[in-house]
Design a protein around this ligand. Structure first.
Ligand SMILES: Cc1ncc(COP(=O)(O)O)c(C=O)c1O
Length: 499
């Protein structure tokens, strides 16, 4: 029913008009018929979600694993473009994209073609131990893919398997760099070598990494010490005594609260410097500062380019490495390939980590953060060359189809629409915010947020939650203005039920 009404709406040339007395309805702009040739033309729902087939599979898997987090089971053969199809044949417009990790939609023809090319078969079939036995084309492929989008000032990249593993190794690289700097040479003492084997200083030094309240950097032990988004991630796991600074709590829209937000950011920066000094006095110097350009899992919290520029300067002043975690923000969804490009800096960071939309994990780093000896940063796979092949093709599609421009355009339509909806539903929605299509909005409380997410899903749109009561929007880069209006209409229908 929803999609039928919407198709009728799209036939008319109405520009963001509200109408209807009892049920408010958001009429989108005309959807110019620029469908992607591999996309569907709208959601199609056969059951509520999870449907019966998903529920059967849930029981089956429940005998093997904890399935508490599973939403439903998917049919990835049938999924296309912006649409995820489930095992009950429900077709949903996906604005969450596997936790923000699908760059150019499901079953993109360019990627399918790559799979069917016989020259690529050996790369898919034989996963190498990259650190010792890389394939002949690895330097070329990594140069054409990852290095072609290297952040400013960085010519080196280390691939890894996932986001946490990338951050975990980036932290190690910062500690190794810091200790070599302290020693004034790369050669460890005999005492360093003997004490590290029993987890004691000086071999295992009391160094720290400064992170921010609300941050999410992953769930492995080191990363978890810098993750402060939700207690469920951290409970019962021993951690390090490392400094945690407040992340600015800004008021939105940012342009209306520049003075107040500036004061809040100054407060947080002051606290950062205090913590760096305090931890040095405690004998646990801060070797690195880690931060997300937009705190994602922690609630889509923004800070200004000025804040990040000042923070970068503080890191430099105190001799700490500056690590920008672009695992969620990287890959184009903010309208620039890296979110930190919005800060307008030539030397934005010492380390930039990535994963998700880049398909392979890893981190870029300055030359001096290269570990001095083999096996210090190492694991069996150290990434996967087949993912570099996919990434290369993804980058070709992004460039060929000007997807970053499209993201900026769709993102503006999305944010405008969300801002209109928050005016329409002031008791429910607030704080619409975003950069590109990397948008979010707050809901009055956690329970209403979760209920909105489920009702929207039953109407054929997938969204994600973040923070205590926010909804995050993470569509693929092929999400066009047409899809924005499709989504806004359905979202409005759902919100009307809460009014
Ligand atoms: C900013 C950030 N860093 C790190 C991670 C961890 O990545 P992964 O889940 O691949 O370990 C995430 C995951 O959501 C993230 O958003």
């Amino acid at each position: 029913m929803a999609s039928f009404l919407m198709n009728n709406c799209f036939g008319k040339s109405l520009k963001n008009v509200w109408c209807g007395a009892s049920v408010y309805r958001y009429f989108s702009k005309t959807a110019t018929s620029t469908h992607l040739d591999f996309d569907y033309d709208g959601p199609s729902m056969k059951t509520t979600v999870p449907g019966p087939h998903s529920q059967d599979l849930l029981k089956q898997l429940g005998d093997i694993q904890n399935v508490g987090a599973i939403n439903f089971f998917c049919n990835y053969e049938k999924s296309r473009g912006n649409y995820l199809v489930d095992v009950d044949d429900n077709r949903m417009l996906d604005l969450y994209t596997q936790i923000s990790s699908i760059p150019i939609g499901y079953n993109h023809p360019a990627l399918l073609k790559l799979m069917s090319n016989p020259n690529n078969m050996s790369t898919f079939v034989n996963r190498p131990a990259l650190g010792i036995l890389p394939p002949h084309n690895f330097p070329d492929k990594i140069t054409q893919s990852l290095l072609s989008v290297a952040p400013s000032g960085m010519t080196r990249v280390q691939t890894m398997a996932c986001g946490s593993c990338s951050n975990e190794n980036a932290y190690k690289a910062m500690f190794i760099w810091y200790r070599n700097k302290e020693r004034g040479k790369n050669t460890p003492s005999n005492e360093d070598i003997s004490t590290c084997m029993i987890n004691q200083a000086p071999g295992c030094p009391d160094l720290s990494i400064l992170s921010f309240m609300g941050a999410f950097h992953g769930r492995t032990m080191g990363c978890l010490a810098t993750t402060h988004s939700k207690s469920i991630h951290k409970l019962d796991v021993p951690s390090f005594d490392w400094p945690i600074a407040p992340f600015p709590r800004l008021q939105y829209p940012l342009e209306e609260f520049t003075r107040e937000n500036g004061q809040e950011e100054a407060r947080c920066l002051e606290e950062v410097e205090d913590l760096i000094v305090k931890w040095r006095q405690r004998g646990k110097p801060v070797a690195g500062i880690v931060i997300e350009p937009i705190q994602a899992e922690g609630g889509d919290n923004h800070a200004s380019p000025d804040f990040f520029r000042s923070l970068r300067n503080i890191a430099r002043k105190h001799g700490c490495a500056f690590h920008v975690d672009e695992v969620q923000t990287g890959g184009g969804s903010t309208g620039k390939f890296w979110a930190h490009e919005h800060w307008g800096m030539d030397d934005p960071a010492d380390i930039v980590s990535f994963s998700k939309k880049l398909l392979t994990g890893g981190y870029y780093h300055k030359d001096e953060l290269q570990a001095d000896k083999p096996y210090r940063i190492f694991n069996t796979w150290m990434g996967d060359p087949s993912k570099n092949l996919f990434l290369l093709e993804v980058l070709n599609v992004i460039r060929r189809e000007n997807l970053l421009e499209q993201v900026t355009h769709s993102g503006k339509a999305l944010l405008d629409g969300l801002q209109e909806l928050q005016v329409q539903y002031p008791g429910i929605l607030s704080c619409a915010r975003g950069q590109g299509t990397f948008c979010a909005i707050d809901v009055c409380d956690d329970e209403t947020r979760n209920s909105i997410l489920l009702k929207t899903r039953d109407k054929g749109v997938l969204l994600g939650g973040c923070g205590d009561r926010s909804i995050r929007f993470r569509p693929a880069l092929i999400f066009k203005e047409y899809h924005v209006h499709l989504f806004l209409n359905i979202f409005n229908d759902v919100l009307a039920q809460f009014k």
